[in-house]
Design a protein around this ligand. Structure first.
Ligand code: FES
Ligand SMILES: [Fe+2]
Length: 410
């Protein structure tokens, strides 16, 4: 029986005895859904018909963008499985380097040990649950700032301070709890499913699009030059939808950017877990945009944008049903890395576009929460990537509900 099934079954039983919440001793995830919330999710998921073609389909219903029970279900069945971008390989170029991050309620630390091997762990001390690491940097071990328990970069507990007299305690069973980790191209990925196979990361994360992305110039030759964070008052999917409209909003919302793009050349190709939008630049000679831009969306929340000498990635992290954080990492071809002026002006132009998108996304969230709106329609020729995204979400949410409803003992 897998952990998710066990947790949802457990949750159902607790609800019958009139408790609304449940917890589990599982190290992988903790269920926040009771049976009533699960039923509520099932109704909301059923409002979308994933079998209809884009020309006939209504969009995902507005409740997907504000419901707290649906947000909890997403954490289980969308973020609790599969590969997720966590950082970039350059952060772990040398032994002893590490970085931390979070995905929903999961706090993680990723590091490279003395032998060069990558590791990822839940960033939770086995003593009283403090995070053992913060930020990023270089360290020979993780020493918990609370009471000093110390762990090796392989997760083993090296030192447990002042535990004289403790009984039935095996240090070997009290190491940091591991998370599956892998690298693809310039990116470091984690997978909260303990059974995940690192060898399959390319096919599971990118499907048949991985060679295309390499051909588009998404590789380790680029150097990381900047990171920017945006906290936005909208559901994480509002930000993704905005990205996936085939350039529909660009002439209206980004007049500066629109001047540099040949929007008539916009095209979208769909793969299993990825959609790739691309667009030619207008012949303005603008170095930042180059000749052609590739915008790859990797389900569920990662965007890779390659244009001119630049690549930027956008990682969309849910914080609450109506709040997300978008982490922008900027990478540049090495020969441009000394051109401070070019870097500063490019980042400023990009930031201008983000500020325009933040305003849009926040206002859309308000509309989705208003009483007047339930679902909209897709513009079929430009919004097929958004429809593809909603169909994938629908599929994963349905699977999550199905797993949760399997009667105990099966
Ligand atoms: S919580 Fe980490 S040493 Fe106590
Ligand atoms: Fe935009």
């Amino acid at each position: 029986m897998d952990a998710l099934r066990l947790q949802f079954q457990f949750s159902g039983k607790l609800l019958q005895s009139s408790s609304k919440r449940c917890s589990s001793s599982s190290k992988q995830s903790v269920c926040r859904l009771g049976a009533v919330e699960l039923e509520d999710c099932a109704l909301k998921v059923a409002q979308f018909d994933g079998g209809k073609p884009v020309e006939e389909s209504l969009t995902a219903p507005s409740s997907w963008y504000w419901s707290s029970s649906l947000a909890s279900l997403e954490m289980e069945c969308i973020f609790g499985r599969g590969w997720h971008a966590a950082g970039y390989v350059e952060q772990l170029e040398n032994p002893r380097q590490f970085f931390t991050g979070s995905l929903g309620r999961v706090r993680y630390v990723v590091c490279r040990d003395e032998q060069g091997q990558l590791h990822a762990f839940h960033n939770v001390c086995r003593h009283h649950a403090a995070p053992v690491a913060s930020g990023s940097g270089c360290t020979p071990s993780f020493s918990c700032p609370y009471h000093g328990w110390t762990y090796g970069l392989d997760g083993n507990l090296l030192k447990a301070t002042r535990i004289t007299g403790i009984k039935n305690f095996n240090p070997r069973e009290n190491g940091l709890v591991p998370i599956q980790v892998a690298a693809w191209g310039p990116f470091v990925l984690i997978n909260l499913d303990a059974q995940a196979n690192q060898e399959l990361v390319a096919v599971e994360w990118l499907g048949s699009s991985s060679d295309l992305l390499v051909a588009a110039g998404i590789d380790r030759s680029l150097r990381h030059v900047a990171r920017r964070d945006y906290v936005i008052d909208c559901n994480w999917k509002v930000y993704c939808d905005n990205y996936l409209d085939g350039g529909y909003h660009v002439p209206f919302a980004h007049p500066g950017l629109a001047k540099g793009l040949d929007l008539a050349s916009y095209k979208t190709v769909l793969y299993e877990t990825v959609s790739i939008q691309s667009c030619r630049s207008k012949n303005t000679g603008e170095e930042r945009l180059g000749e052609r831009a590739t915008y790859a969306f990797v389900y569920p929340n990662f965007m890779i944008n390659r244009y001119g000498p630049w690549m930027d990635t956008n990682l969309v992290l849910p914080i609450a049903p109506n709040k997300c954080q978008v982490v922008f990492d900027y990478y540049l071809e090495p020969q441009f890395c000394q051109d401070k002026e070019f870097i500063a002006s490019s980042l400023e132009e990009s930031d201008q576009v983000q500020r325009e998108d933040v305003t849009l996304c926040q206002s859309v969230q308000q509309g989705l929460e208003s009483l007047s709106y339930d679902a909209g329609r897709y513009a079929p020729k430009v919004e097929e990537a958004m429809h593809h995204f909603h169909c994938r979400l629908h599929n994963d949410l349905l699977l999550g509900i199905k797993r949760a409803k399997i009667p105990s003992g099966m």
